[in-house]
Ligand binder design. Structure first.
Ligand code: ADP
Ligand code: MG
Length: 822
C-alpha cells in the first residue's frame, strides 16, 4: 500500500498517486464520489451512542435483581398476576431507562457534533470550508497556525510550519515540518513531510494532500482515544451513587430486621421473604438515576440555547460551583470589532505610509465577503483605514514569506517585494517591535508617551516598522533587526454591551472575575475599569501575560481551593483549558485546538454567556437537589410505614407493585418535571454552594420532616383503614403516600420560603395531574384494581385519605414559615 511510503516520496508523486491536483484540489463531484466510496472521515467508535452498553447498564442493576427476586417469589407463592406485573415493570423500567439514557447520550453527541472540526479544502480551485468528516483522500487542505490537522496528509507546500504532535507521540515540543521527503524507515515522530490528524499547527502555514481518512489514520490506531466517548459520571452523580449505596445498605439491614421480626411473629418463610423484598423496594429510590440523567441532558440543551455548548456533562455542575472566572479581554469582554482611532507617524514618516505598511503586515489578508472585510480584526481595521486614506497597500507587492502572530512574539512579520525592493515589514506590540528598531531615545520617549496616553484610554496600540533588504538570502527570522520605525497606531475595541452587567451579576453571585490578557497593562486597566473589574485588587488584572502564566494562574487559584473557569482561544491556551475546572473556548474566533481542549464552547464568544451558563448550572444543580429530596421523602415515608406496620404485627402495609407505582410513576413524573423548574430569584444572589453537599442543611431538614410526616400520615391511613374496611387498608396507605407526595412536590421546590414563591412550571402541573389520574385509575378502574390489587374507596375513606395526604404539606409550610420568617 502506498500509504506506507508517503513520507519518503516527493510531494508531486504522492499527489499524483492519490489522483490529486496540488494547485486546484479535487472537483466537488470527485470529492463526493470518493466520500461515498471510502465513507466519512471519522473514527467510527465516536459516531453513535453505545446502544449495547446502554442496554446492558439497564439490566445489570441491583434493582433489577431485587425485582426479579420479588417476581419469582410472588410466582412461587401463587401470586402469578403480581409476578407478571412486577416482571412487566422490570421490562418497562429497563426500556424507559434505555430510551432516556440513549436519548441523553444522543443529545450530548449532537451538541458535540455541532462544534466539530471544520477544515479548509481547495475544491474546484477555490478555498472551501468543509466539515472535517467530509474530507477524502486526495483533498488538498490548507493549514495555518491554530488549526487542528483534520486528516493524515502529505505536505505539498509549507512555510515555517511547526506542529504539536503530543496527542500522537506524547512529545510536547512542537516539531518542524516541511515538504522534503524523509528516509522510508523513519519512525512516526520523524516523518516531517507528513502531518497527522488530531495534532495541532503551532506556527506557519502549509498546504497538504489528504492521504488517509477515518479509522485508517494514525490516531485511529490509538485505541484509548477512540474509546473516550463515554463520559465519566459527574461529581453529583458520584455523590448520588454514594448516597444510593448507603441507602441500599440501610434498606438491606431493614429488610433483614423486618423479615426477621415477621418470622419471630410466626409468619411463614415465603411471606416474610416477600415482605422483605417489599421493604427493600420501598427503601430504594428506583427512579433517581434516570431522573438525574434527564436533568443533565435537559441542562445541556438549555445551555446550548443560551450559547454555551457543553462538551463534557460534568461541566454543567462545575459551572454552577465556579468561584473564579479568568477571562480573556479581546473578543470576550470586548467585541473584537476594531477601528483605527489614532495614528502617530515616527519622525520623518507620514501616516499614510504607516497605515499602508501596517495593513501589508498581515499573514491572512482580509477577504471581501458581501460588503464586509473578513479576517483578523486588527488586519481588517488597518486595511480599512488605509483604504479610507485612499491607499491600496497590497498593490504592486509580491509576498515572499511571513511569520504569523503568536502570543509569545506578539508580532507579525512579512517579507514582500515591492516598488522599493525587498522589504521586511513588522507590526505588533510596541515593546516587541521597537525593541528591534533603531531609534534615538528622545523619539522612543515621544512614542512611548503617546502610546501610554492611548493605553489609558483603553486603546490597543501597535507599532509598525520596516527594513529594506539588499540580500535575498537572509532567513526571515534573522531579518527582524535594525528595523526602521514607521510609527504607532491606536485601535479602539468597544466593550460588549452585556458585559458590565454580567460582571456585576458574577460579583453578586460570589464569583471573582479576573482579566488575563496579552495586551498592555494600561489598555488592560482601562478596559477593566469600563467593565467593572476592580483594578486595584491584587491579581484582578493580569496584563502582558504569556500562555504559561495562564496555566500557572489556574493552578495557583485551584491550590487555594477555588473552582476555576478559564477562557482561551489560542493553541497555547490548551494546557490551561484542560487544567481548569471548566475550560471555555470561543466558537467564533478561537482555534480548533482550544475548542478541542475545552469543556464548554461559547457560540457568541461573549463573557455574559459564561455568566448565563453559571446561572443555568446553578439552576440544574438546585433542581437535582430538590427532586432528590422529593424522591427520598417518599422512600422515607414508605420505610416508616413498613416499620410500624410490621413491628406491630400487621403484615405488609402496601404491595410491592403499589410501592413501585409510587416510586417510579406517580413520583417519577413530577421529579422529571422538577428538572425544568426555572431558576429561583436568588440563584445569582448567593455564593457558590460548594462541592460536597447534595442535600444542603435546609433541604435535609425539609426531607427528614416531610418524609416522617408522609410516613405517619400513611400509617394513620393504614391503621384506620383496617378498622373501616380491612380490604381497603393497603389501598388507603398507597393512595395517601401517592397523593401526599403530589402535594408535597409544591412545598419542597422552595426549601426556604412559601410554596407560592416558586417560578411557573407548567410541566409540573401536567405531571401532577397525570399522576393524580394514575392514582384514580388504580382505585376506580377495574383493570387498575386488578393490576395493583387495590379496593374501591368509599366517600368516608376517600375524605380521610385526602385530609391525611394534605397534612404533611400543611405541616411543612407552617414549619418553613416559622423557621424562615422574614
Ligand atoms: P489579548 O489578550 O488582548 O487577546 P493578544 O495576546 O492577542 O492579547 O495580543 C497581545 C499583543 O500582541 C496585543 O496587544 C498586540 O499589540 C499584539 N497583537 C495581537 N494581535 C496581533 C496581530 N494580528 N498582529 C500584530 N500584533 C498583534
Ligand atoms: Mg487575543
Amino acid at each position: 500500500m502506498i500509504a506506507e511510503q508517503l513520507h519518503a516520496l516527493p510531494a508531486e508523486e504522492v499527489a499524483d498517486r492519490l489522483g490529486a491536483d496540488p494547485e486546484s484540489g479535487l472537483s466537488a463531484e470527485e470529492a463526493a464520489r470518493r466520500l461515498r466510496e471510502v465513507g466519512p472521515n471519522a473514527l467510527a467508535a465516536r459516531e453513535r451512542p453505545h446502544y449495547a452498553a446502554v442496554a446492558a447498564r439497564q439490566l445489570v442493576d441491583p434493582l433489577v435483581a431485587l425485582l426479579v427476586t420479588a417476581a419469582v417469589i410472588s410466582a412461587a407463592i401463587g401470586e402469578e398476576l403480581e409476578a407478571g406485573v412486577i416482571a412487566a415493570i422490570v421490562v418497562l423500567n429497563a426500556g424507559l431507562g434505555f430510551v432516556q439514557e440513549a436519548g441523553a447520550e444522543r443529545a450530548v453527541m449532537a451538541l458535540r457534533n455541532a462544534v466539530e472540526l471544520t477544515a479548509v479544502a481547495v475544491r474546484d480551485g477555490r478555498e472551501t470550508p468543509v466539515p472535517a468528516r467530509e474530507l477524502v483522500p486526495g483533498d488538498l487542505v490548507l493549514l495555518r497556525a491554530g488549526d487542528r490537522v483534520p486528516a493524515d496528509a502529505r505536505l505539498v507546500s509549507s512555510g515555517s510550519l511547526a506542529v504539536d504532535e503530543s496527542a500522537l507521540t506524547g512529545e510536547s515540543i512542537p516539531v518542524d515540518k516541511d515538504v522534503d521527503p524523509v528516509a522510508s524507515g523513519a519512525p512516526l515522530a520523524e516523518r516531517s513531510s507528513l502531518v497527522f490528524a488530531g495534532t495541532a499547527v503551532t506556527r506557519g502555514r502549509a498546504s497538504a494532500v489528504v492521504a488517509r481518512t477515518g479509522p485508517a489514520m494514525e490516531i485511529g490506531r490509538i485505541a484509548d482515544l477512540t474509546q473516550a466517548a463515554k463520559a465519566p459520571p459527574t461529581p453529583l452523580q458520584r455523590r448520588l451513587g454514594r448516597l444510593s449505596r448507603r441507602l441500599a445498605l440501610a434498606g438491606a439491614l431493614l429488610t433483614v430486621l423486618l423479615a426477621g421480626a415477621m418470622l419471630l411473629q410466626g409468619e411463614p418463610l415465603d411471606e416474610a421473604f416477600l415482605v422483605g423484598v417489599a421493604v427493600a423496594v420501598a427503601a430504594v429510590p428506583e427512579g433517581l438515576g434516570a431522573v438525574v440523567t434527564i436533568a443533565l441532558a435537559q441542562g445541556a440543551t438549555a445551555m446550548a440555547r443560551r450559547g454555551a455548548i457543553v462538551r463534557r456533562l460534568p461541566a454543567i455542575e462545575t459551572l454552577g460551583e465556579t468561584t473564579v472566572i479568568a477571562t480573556d479581554k479581546t473578543g470576550t469582554l470586548t467585541a473584537n470589532r476594531l477601528r483605527v482611532a489614532a495614528a502617530e507617524a515616527a519622525d520623518g514618516r507620514d501616516v499614510g505610509e504607516l497605515l499602508a505598511a501596517g495593513a501589508l503586515a498581515s499573514t491572512a489578508e482580509p477577504v471581501v465577503s458581501g460588503d464586509e472585510l473578513v479576517g483578523d480584526p486588527i488586519d481588517v481595521a488597518l486595511l480599512r483605514a488605509a483604504r479610507e486614506a485612499g491607499l491600496e497597500p497590497g498593490e504592486g507587492h509580491d509576498r515572499l514569506g511571513d511569520i504569523p502572530f503568536d502570543a509569545l512574539r506578539r508580532r507579525v512579520t512579512v517579507l514582500v517585494r515591492g516598488p522599493s525592493g525587498l522589504r521586511v515589514v513588522v507590526k505588533g506590540a510596541p515593546e516587541s517591535v521597537l525593541e528591534l528598531s533603531e531609534l534615538d531615545s528622545a523619539e522612543r520617549a515621544r512614542l512611548d508617551e503617546v502610546a501610554g496616553g492611548w493605553g489609558d484610554r483603553g486603546l490597543r496600540v501597535l507599532a509598525v516598522a520596516e527594513r529594506i533588504l539588499d540580500d535575498e538570502g537572509v532567513p526571515l527570522e534573522q531579518a527582524e533587526e535594525r528595523l526602521v520605525p514607521l510609527g504607532i497606531v491606536a485601535l479602539e475595541d468597544p466593550v460588549r454591551p452585556a458585559v458590565p452587567e454580567a460582571v456585576k451579576t458574577a460579583h453578586g453571585a460570589g464569583i471573582d472575575v479576573v482579566m488575563v490578557t496579552g495586551d498592555h497593562p494600561g489598555t488592560a486597566r482601562a478596559v477593566a475599569e469600563r467593565v467593572g473589574i476592580p483594578v486595584d485588587r491584587e491579581d484582578a488584572v493580569l496584563a502582558r501575560v504569556e500562555p504559561v502564566d495562564k496555566l500557572r494562574l489556574v493552578e495557583r487559584l485551584q491550590g487555594r481551593g477555588d473552582i476555576v473557569a478559564v477562557t482561551g482561544d489560542g493553541i497555547n491556551d490548551s494546557p490551561a483549558l484542560r487544567r481548569a475546572d471548566v475550560g471555555i473556548s470561543m466558537g467564533l474566533s478561537g482555534t480548533e485546538a482550544a475548542r478541542e481542549a475545552s469543556d464548554v464552547v461559547l457560540t457568541d464568544d461573549d463573557f455574559s454567556t459564561i455568566v448565563a451558563a453559571v446561572r443555568e448550572g446553578r439552576r440544574i444543580a438546585d433542581n437535582i437537589r430538590t427532586f432528590v429530596a422529593f424522591l427520598l421523602s417518599a422512600n422515607f415515608g414508605e420505610v416508616v410505614l413498613f416499620a410500624v406496620a410490621i413491628l406491630a404485627g400487621l403484615g405488609a402495609p402496601m404491595t410491592v407493585v403499589q410501592v413501585l407505582v409510587v416510586n417510579l410513576l406517580t413520583d417519577g413524573l413530577p421529579a422529571v418535571a422538577l428538572a425544568r423548574d426555572p431558576a429561583s430569584g436568588d440563584t445569582m444572589r448567593r455564593p457558590p454552594a460548594g462541592l460536597g453537599t447534595i442535600l444542603g442543611r435546609d433541604l435535609s431538614l425539609v426531607l427528614g420532616a416531610a418524609g416522617l410526616a408522609v410516613g405517619l400520615a400513611a400509617t394513620a391511613a393504614f391503621l384506620v383503614g383496617r378498622e373501616l374496611d380491612p380490604d381497603a387498608a393497603q389501598t388507603m396507605a398507597f393512595a395517601t403516600i401517592a397523593l401526599a407526595e403530589l402535594a408535597l412536590v409544591f412545598a419542597v421546590r422552595v426549601p426556604r420560603g412559601p410554596a407560592w414563591r416558586a417560578g411557573r412550571n407548567r410541566w409540573l402541573f401536567l405531571a401532577v395531574a397525570g399522576s393524580v389520574v394514575v392514582v384514580a385509575a388504580a382505585i376506580y378502574l377495574p383493570l387498575g384494581r386488578d393490576l395493583l390489587d387495590t379496593a374501591v374507596l368509599g366517600p368516608a375513606e376517600l375524605a380521610l385519605v385526602l385530609a391525611l395526604a394534605l397534612a404533611p404539606t400543611v405541616l411543612l409550610e407552617v414549619a418553613k414559615a416559622l423557621r424562615f420568617r422574614r
